[in-house]
Design a protein around this ligand. Structure first.
Ligand code: ATR
Length: 292
């Protein structure tokens, strides 16, 4: 392998439908960087071997996705403080024979909100789900001075754990949690300014599912779905039909990818000029179910 070429990739399972290769190949090409971004389907038991393999073969870095974002931490030499608090790493840099873990989902979520100039200070957010993605979202919201976060999750104990952990580690007491049930959501919806779905409900091929049934006016509310396949989920369509401002999951995906590339290349990547074209490229890829 040529050392001047950036050797990158993503480890996950299942991974065939990931559009990260399209995202990164596009960025590498537009930035005139020589590099390749590979897709590696790796099961839980093979993660350590696969990870060491990339390091030994001279990869510059990799992304890590479901279900490895937590497990990977045990194999890393160093984890940046933000990722440590969140408990999830999605980006690894190999440098000086050491491996460094980062969480770029936080930056991805933050920049996606910034793109829409949303003032978050003092506002109320409802976060659906309590997994790895929810942890990054809640962390980012707290850093953006959100006033209150209410978490709903199918498994109540996981929501409780997140709330207890974050209120202590981040000294943020304004969090509550409930069971993810229609009745609870119905009571919460009128109270909140921002609603974020971090679960996989509504993801292709289950495109007719929405995590929440909406039957009230959502004007002046912002609804965000981290699911990006399809880009306009049933949840987002319902929310828009009830007057909400909607934000799709592709934006967060793009910004987390840009941040990963910034870490690997150790340079700032100006993305404003290519954002729309890149987003359209990804939409086209998703619509056509093109191979990676
Ligand atoms: P990620 O890293 O994408 O967050 P994860 O850590 O596996 O993935 O978390 C998935 C989240 O989606 C969890 O909150 C999960 O709820 P549980 O904690 O009860 O498992 C939620 N989730 C996934 N499928 C769901 C479904 N069909 N209905 C409700 N919640 C679901």
């Amino acid at each position: 392998m040529k050392p001047s070429t950036l050797h990158l990739g993503i480890l996950g399972y299942p991974i065939q439908h990931s559009i990260s290769p399209v995202l990164h190949q596009y960025l590498l090409q537009k930035l005139n960087l020589q590099g390749c971004y590979h897709l590696f389907e790796v099961k839980e038991n093979d993660l350590q071997d696969a990870f060491r393999g990339l390091q030994i073969l001279g990869f510059h870095g990799c992304n890590v996705t479901i279900p490895h974002k937590q497990t990977i931490i045990t194999f890393l030499d160093q984890v940046e403080p933000e990722a440590e608090i969140i408990g999830a790493v999605n980006t690894v840099l190999f440098k000086n024979r050491r491996s460094w873990g980062f969480n770029t989902d936080v930056e991805g979520f933050r920049r996606s909100l910034k793109l829409h100039n949303l003032p978050l200070a003092g506002k109320k957010a409802l976060v659906i789900g309590a997994g790895g993605a929810a942890r990054s979202v809640v962390y980012a919201l707290i850093k953006e001075q959100i006033g209150h976060v209410c978490l709903v999750n199918r498994t109540l104990a996981k929501a409780r754990q997140l709330v207890e952990e974050f209120s202590e580690k981040l000294n943020f007491p304004d969090m509550t949690y409930e069971l993810f049930e229609e009745q609870n959501i119905k009571l919460l919806l009128p109270e909140v300014d921002l609603i974020v779905n971090t679960t996989s409900v509504g993801m292709w091929p289950q495109v007719d599912l929405s995590p929440v049934k909406i039957d009230l006016d959502l004007e002046n509310k912002v609804v965000m779905d981290l699911v990006y396949n399809p880009v306009k989920t049933k949840f987002l369509n319902l929310a828009a039909a009830h007057g909400a401002q909607i934000i799709d999951g592709l934006e967060m995906l793009i910004f987390q990818g840009v941040k990963s590339l910034e870490i690997w290349t150790e340079r700032k990547i100006p993305v404003d000029d290519l954002f729309e074209k890149l987003k359209n490229r990804l939409i086209q890829k998703l619509q056509n179910h093109e191979p990676n």
